[in-house]
Design a binder for this molecule. Sequence first.
Ligand code: PMP
Ligand code: GLU
Length: 395
Amino acid sequence: MMQLSTMAASIKPSATLAAGAKAMQLRAEGVHVFDFSLGEPDFPTPEHICQAAIRAMQQGKTRYTPAGGTAELRSAICRMYQRIHGVPFSPDQVLISNGAKHSIFNVLAALVGPGDEVIIPTPYWVSYSDMVEMTGARPVFVPTTEDQQFKMTPEQLRRAITPRTRLLMLNSPSNPTGTTYSREELEALADVILESHIAVLSDEIYEHLVYDGVKSTCFVGLRPELKERTITVSGVSKTYAMTGWRIGWACGPVPLIKAMANVQSQATGCPNSISQAAALAAIEGDQSCVEKMRRAFEERRDLVYERLSRLPGVSLVKPTGAFYAFFRIADHFGRTLGGRRITDSVTFCEAALESSHVNIVPGAPFGAEGYARMSFATSREEIEGGIEALARFLE
Ligand code: PMP
Ligand code: GLU
């Protein structure tokens, strides 16, 4: 038996991707699954974006691009931040990668290592903690509660910072809670950061998916001094229904972006050339598709919130962004449901899948035992049918 590396041996598979794979397997066996596991839009990628990819192939854009992404796409991203947020980036401050997930990994690989601490408010997106551990750094969790809408307070942040802290990972709108920090709340966090020595990774991948007139904030734009300390991460996956195209980016100080580009040039090389052409069309093209999808998500959010709130022993904060409902299920622990004794979020979700074919993700891998996550990036019929099945499961 080959001995695995210490790093590989300590890593868990991504709980969201594992839950998605379970649904795929059941479907292949002919079972109808109410699948609320993966956070990916169910819409097809808009036609003009697909056409741009076809044109790219026909024009022979099928070779390696510069390792950090094409000059055209990097410039387009700069123009976009200027247009939407009034934040100026230059192309040498931008690195294109294979999805925002890859961007986040590159940030961590270039910035932290053994002996360093990285602050992660909980609940957090499943991959944050494992990625930090892969670098040898230590995740330091700051627990937030439903009562505080799962938002970290400035005081909590101040208390978590030690001389070893290198980075704070922020995610607003949030996966898995769906809550969005207001501009004022982020300013208060920014002040604590600027009193200290730490850097911030601001994961803004859900910035265009906000509801009830809520506005997303580009963190780095809050204070001029944040420029030297902030890495902004985003991508096309969620905004343009392009999860499989694998294009994300990071924008930040030039020396860090250069270091990340070195990591990327040795590990994976350039992102897919055709996908970069498609992402360029997405960013530069007609934006009406974004608003259309956003409105559909908002309607589904209304439906999910209304139906989930009615379930016995369930509570949740109304999501104002992303496409997740994160609901409390702890009142059901100790019961027998679907023939199984429910002891935690994992057994709850396993029983819901086995007995009712409802696929949701347990809160534990998000650092929030007692909760479950439902992605509502799926049709109204599935949402209605799935929550009805969940209601019967809880009876
Ligand atoms: N950040 C968050 C919070 C996410 O939910 C996701 C979802 N996949 C990502 C980053 C990465 O997205 P992608 O790699 O598809 O760009
Ligand atoms: N971010 C999505 C989710 O949380 C996609 C899956 C993943 O990459 O983890 O479901």
